[in-house]
Ligand binder design. Structure first.
Ligand code: PLP
Length: 287
């Protein structure tokens, strides 16, 4: 089946989906994006993702490309046309097309929007989760506004490629105090030997992950022990469990950080249970 993308008002075959060479996303990475999980034919946590999209757009003073209701419709339509039951829907909004010039273009330049969707086999992710992943630590090298979900991901690309070349799935950034900030495309968590879940506050230094916020809801609902505070690379290496969260991976156990084996080297029970419980706390948009 051929894939379909939505590009600036039209549904087009994926192979022909294109943006202009002077799109500011292409020229300056002047744009933002969102990724929602698609699970059992439903879009997961669309309201939270669209709230964050609105915030990212606002911080960069980019207009909404269309009304939020219309955007929800197109998201559903792209998922439907691509027959995605499990996978992701991706949306990207840039400041639009204009002659290359750093200053914002005039107000009549409309933002560009692209929405795509693709299938993923949940059994593959579950098999990975059953074994757990390795991460490597990497010095923080990003701009301070990582709270904005921009498409300017070059540092993340380099960090994740470094992880891959070192046999790991994810890179964990650490700041000047040796505290873990987050992964290249995930939020970072540990469970201490006392069974306390720990993740860094989202006030600065990390993206306020939607999956992270759902896990926080589960923690509150289940009355689990939890501390929102920075944790060091050293503490993570000595933790009972570690895991990462993102819309595309849910809660994914970490079994190795650099050369340190975490816990008994197998996925921890807390991370595994949070993964299993995840969709009991999410909101669904029917396709
Ligand atoms: N941190 C970074 C840098 C990310 O790129 C992502 C997801 O892409 C996350 C955290 C997790 O965010 P979410 O749970 O909203 O997918």
């Amino acid at each position: 089946m051929s894939r379909i993308a939505y590009v600036n008002g039209q549904y087009v075959p994926h192979a022909q989906a294109a943006v202009h060479v002077e799109d500011r996303g292409y020229q300056f990475a002047d744009g933002v994006y969102e990724v929602c999980e698609v699970w059992s034919g439903k879009i997961v946590d669309a309201p939270r993702h669209l709230d964050r999209l609105g915030r990212s757009l606002g911080e960069l003073r980019i207009e909404w490309p269309m009304a939020r209701r219309a955007l929800e419709f197109v998201m559903r339509e792209v998922v439907r046309r691509n027959k995605v039951r499990n996978g992701i829907v991706y949306m990207q909004v840039t400041r639009g097309v204009s002659r290359r010039d750093h200053y914002f273009p005039s107000e009549d330049v409309a933002p560009s929007i692209v929405i795509t969707a693709r299938s993923a086999n949940p059994k593959v992710a579950d098999a990975t989760a059953a074994k757990g992943i390795s991460v490597v630590t990497y010095p923080e090298n990003r701009w301070p506004r990582v709270d904005i979900k921009t498409v300017a991901l070059l540092p993340n690309v380099l960090a994740k490629q470094h992880a891959k070349e070192n046999g790991a799935k994810e890179a964990w950034y650490f700041d000047k105090d040796n505290n873990v900030t987050e992964g290249g495309s995930t939020n970072a968590w540990i469970v201490t030997k006392e069974g306390v879940l720990v993740t860094r506050p989202a006030e600065s230094g990390i993206l306020r992950g939607i999956t992270r916020s759902v896990i926080l809801d589960i923690i509150a609902r289940e009355g689990l022990k939890f501390e929102e505070r920075p944790f060091s690379v050293e503490e993570a290496k000595n933790a009972k469990e570690a895991f990462v969260t993102a819309a595309s991976t849910i809660a994914m156990p970490v079994v190795k950080i650099d050369e340190a084996i975490i816990g008994n080297g197998h996925p921890g029970s807390v991370a595994t249970q949070l993964r299993e419980m995840f969709h009991t706390a999410t909101d669904f948009m029917m396709v």
